[in-house]
Design a binder for this molecule. Structure first.
Ligand code: MG
Length: 405
């Protein structure tokens, strides 16, 4: 069995937010890579991997479950985002090594493919309904069956121009204020128009990004029922998931949640009590392939499907790990899309291919994806102080109250 001799961290993309873990073994040329990316705290995750390295050196790379359990409890306290992500990167790298040793793709080790390719859903958006319709039509023409529909970015549809809102005399400077009622008006109207113009042949999802107060979330789920969504995503914040019981009692709109989850206590009750329909944790944030294959198996018994989170800040290695799980899990539901710029793809030879609404892995041993370390450096922006596209300042209500993302 190959032994771990070193663990490297390679950071790439402009801000260095992509954190790729490379586990090296004592067998010449045998190594694995995994994703430990974090758009907000890449330095902290990279440091965590570095801190874990001494306990990994000398271990059998093939004892994936044992390494996972050992790292999981290595801090005594557990289920934190940073350690989970570091663990996710290490775990993926060990599966990559195992596949290379076996001469098989990871999905073959997980039980073999149970589908030809992985259906993905697209992200359509627009500043208004006409722009959104054009974007939806573009994705339909590309072959997507399932399309997420948004009016702008996080909270889009729920903002009112502060010039039209009753603001405090000493209002904090802001251009727009989030308002639950505005959202509750805009989003059902958006789907009413889309269904009128496009019919029911295309499947829609919508992501609320946890912006609503819980009772408003229940109302939105109920009001969207006539438009027969594929799923409604993150209608509740992770702190309020007990409200899914009330949503279940009120309507049949399918529910998807999980991209903020890191702790089994968050998702196991929702699956076991059949309170959701799609579990959407990010593979790296849950701790890698090892816990996610268990989540998929748990979901199978309770009729809950997987929709592993992707989205703009994920890297091609995390996408590939999700793709292998998707290929081998019967309970797979849909894969969130993620695409990359050509120069980013060039850094990751063997990356999954997204085409015509499907994601394709390859048949190479392991994860089938590699990293060109020299090219990875060229993606880094010399001015790393520039923040990524994700905002750090919260959306706010008229009185200044922060809205949790
Ligand atoms: Mg989301």
């Amino acid at each position: 069995m190959p032994k771990i001799v070193d663990v490297k961290v390679i950071r790439t993309r402009a801000t260095g937010m992509w954190v790729i873990v490379k586990v090296l073994t004592d067998q010449p040329g045998l190594y694995g890579i995994g994703s430990a990316s974090d758009v907000f705290h890449p330095e902290t995750v990279a440091k965590a991997v570095e801190t874990l390295t001494p306990m990994l050196i000398g271990r059998d790379a093939g004892r994936i479950e044992d390494v996972w359990q050992s790292v999981y409890t290595s801090a005594y306290w557990r289920n934190g985002s940073i350690l989970n992500t570091a663990l996710g990167g290490i775990d993926m790298a060990l599966w990559d090594i195992k596949g290379k040793e076996a001469g098989m793709p990871v999905y073959a080790l997980l039980g073999g493919p149970c589908r030809a390719a992985v259906p993905a859903y697209a992200h359509a958006g627009g500043r208004d309904i006409d722009e959104l319709e054009q974007d939806v039509r573009r994705y339909m023409a590309e072959g997507y069956e399932v399309i997420r529909c948004q009016l702008g970015a996080y909270g889009g549809g729920g903002f009112r121009d502060t010039a039209t809102v009753s603001m405090p005399q000493n209002a904090w400077p802001m251009r727009r204020a989030f308002d639950d009622e505005a959202y509750l008006e805009a989003i059902p109207a958006m789907f009413e128009t889309l269904r009128n113009r496009l019919g029911f042949g295309v499947k829609f999802t919508h992501d609320v990004h946890e912006h609503l107060r819980p009772q408003m979330a229940v109302q939105l789920a109920k009001r969207l029922e006539p438009y027969r969504l594929f799923f409604l995503e993150d209608v509740l914040a992770p702190e309020q998931v007990q409200w899914y019981r009330l949503i279940r009692e009120q309507c049949t709109t399918p529910q998807a949640v999980g991209e903020l989850f890191i702790n089994p206590q968050e998702y196991v009750p929702l699956i076991a009590e059949r309170l959701i329909d799609y579990i959407r944790v990010r593979v790296s944030k849950a701790g890698g392939i090892t816990p996610c294959r268990k989540i998929a198996a748990l979901g199978e018994w309770f009729g809950v499907h997987t929709a592993w989170q992707e989205g703009g800040d994920n890297d091609p290695v995390n996408q590939m790990a999700a793709c292998h799980l998707d290929m081998a899990s019967w309970t797979f539901g849909i894969q969130e899309e993620n695409d990359f710029r050509p120069e980013e793809k060039a850094v990751f030879p063997g990356h999954a291919v997204l085409q015509g609404g499907y994601l394709y892995p390859n048949d190479q041993p392991g994860l089938g994806i590699d990293i060109d370390e020299a090219a990875a450096i060229t993606l880094l922006d010399p001015d790393r102080s520039r923040r990524s596209f994700l905002h750090t300042e919260p959306d706010r209500r008229a009185d200044g109250t922060a809205v949790r993302p």
